[in-house]
Design a protein around this ligand. Structure first.
Ligand code: FAD
Ligand code: GLY
Length: 381
């Protein structure tokens, strides 16, 4: 059969081959479902290969709530998941669990970070405040002007592109198919039920469809008559390498500057936040700002060797939390998108929740109520 007239059937069609789509595919395939991932470009070619890979539940999410609780659950899944994926695929996702320091550059910021320490200790009593001297002992390359920091021993990181590849390959191990260079154009609906998809290479029949298209989710969902508030936020990063390690733990200054020491010796330094653009060019201005911030924090970085630059498009939502749930009008059509700055961290738990939802195994549906698709109708954003 010619590719352009191809028609096939699957139990579940997942649109988007990033970490979120691949994680859902892995869990569903393991449960015995016949799954296909349809990706317009290549697997993990967008945000999922641009991420720094931090599993930064406590550093990134400052308030308790459904998103924070989901993040803690997902963070706890990584240790077992990394072993499991290695067993099925031979891919090492480079899970490093050496902790993170969320630093306070001034005494004024230290007051706020100390409050966070007290609060975060509810969930992890090992979290503590390091004063300037203790911080210098732990990270001697850090500028002595830093006032202190919150030490988060359980904040690890992974190599995001490898995580996405491993999840997809593990899904294939359990029978999934992957269709790259294929764009989904629209849905096929009949009597209130999704029946399949029209793609650039043919029709795919499926009574369960998951939209996991990251920053591109709003565009595709408009084809179903539903407006969801997902919009792009570009992030630029660069990396350096040095013969001797410069830092041991992740240094998180604020949401515009962090340094992540990777297993291969690279230090990832990120990231800018540029709203409302799908143009992923890396600008000199973006990288210059990052270099200035990073070398103020760790002056020794100036001696490191330049490695590379890159960028990606984060999927942000109106209220900062992802959409996970079923379409209000079309049975069988689901969305899992809008994971913004935390899609790597939230990948494992999203995969498991969505797979449970689709297979009727989700015991407590209230777990997903905060993420439902029509919530913007009730809020002011
Ligand atoms: P994506 O990886 O963007 O995948 C969506 C896929 O859908 C794409 O491959 C796209 O090609 C495909 N697609 C779109 N439309 C269609 C269509 N019509 N048909 C077929 N395919 C389609 N998160 C963390 O947890 N920790 C971090 O440290 C971290 N750092 C980050 C740093 C940067 C610079 C950036 C940009 C992001 C970072 N993130 C981080 C966020 C994380 O990368 C994202 O939240 C996550 O990758 C989103 O995954 P996704 O699968 O939803 O989206
Ligand atoms: N979570 C890091 C970033 O999005 O830049």
């Amino acid at each position: 059969m010619e590719m352009d007239t191809m028609e096939e059937s699957f139990d579940v069609a997942i649109i988007g081959g990033g970490i979120i789509g691949a994680s859902i595919a892995y869990q569903l395939s393991k449960m015995g479902r016949k799954v296909i991932i349809i990706e317009k470009d290549r697997l993990a070619s967008q945000a999922s290969s641009a991420a720094a890979g931090m599993l930064a539940a406590q550093a990134e999410i400052e308030e308790d709530g459904p998103l924070f609780q989901l993040a803690l659950k997902s963070q706890a899944m990584f240790s077992a998941l990394s072993r499991e994926l290695y067993e099925y695929t031979g891919i090492d996702i480079e899970y490093v669990n050496k902790g993170m320091v969320k630093i306070a550059e001034t005494e004024e910021i230290a007051v706020e970070v100390k409050k966070q320490v007290a609060y975060q200790r509810k969930w992890d009593p090992k979290i503590n405040w390091l004063d300037a001297k203790e911080l210098q002992e732990m990270e001697p390359s850090l500028s002595p002007s830093v006032a202190g920091g919150m030490y988060l021993p359980n904040d690890g990181h992974v190599q995001p592109a490898k995580l996405a590849q491993a999840l997809a390959k593990a899904a294939v191990y359990f029978g999934a198919e992957i269709r790259e260079n294929t764009e989904v154009l629209s849905f096929i609906f009949e009597n209130g039920q999704v029946k399949g998809l029209k793609t650039t290479t043919g029709v795919i029949h499926s009574e369960q469809v998951v939209v996991a298209t990251g920053a591109w989710a709003a565009k595709l969902m408009r084809e179903s008559g539903l407006d969801i508030h997902v919009y792009p936020v570009k992030g630029e990063c660069f990396s350096v390498k040095s013969e001797k390690p410069i830092i041991n733990t992740t240094i998180f200054s604020d949401k515009r500057c962090y340094l992540v020491p990777k297993q291969n010796g690279e230090i990832y330094i990120g990231a800018t936040m540029i709203e409302n653009t799908f143009d992923n060019k890396v600008t000199l201005e973006g990288i210059a700002t990052l270099i200035e911030r990073a070398t103020q924090l760790v002056p020794q970085l100036k001696e490191a060797a330049w490695e590379r630059v890159w960028s990606g498009i984060r999927p942000q939502t109106g209220d900062g939390i992802p959409y996970i749930g079923e379409h209000p009008s079309w049975k069988g059509l689901f969305v899992a998108a809008g994971h913004f700055r935390n899609g790597v961290l939230l990948g494992p738990v999203t995969g498991k929740l969505v797979a449970d939802l689709l297979t009727g195994r989700l015991v407590d549906e209230t777990l997903l109520s905060a993420f439902h698709l029509e919530r913007h109708k009730q809020s002011v954003y």
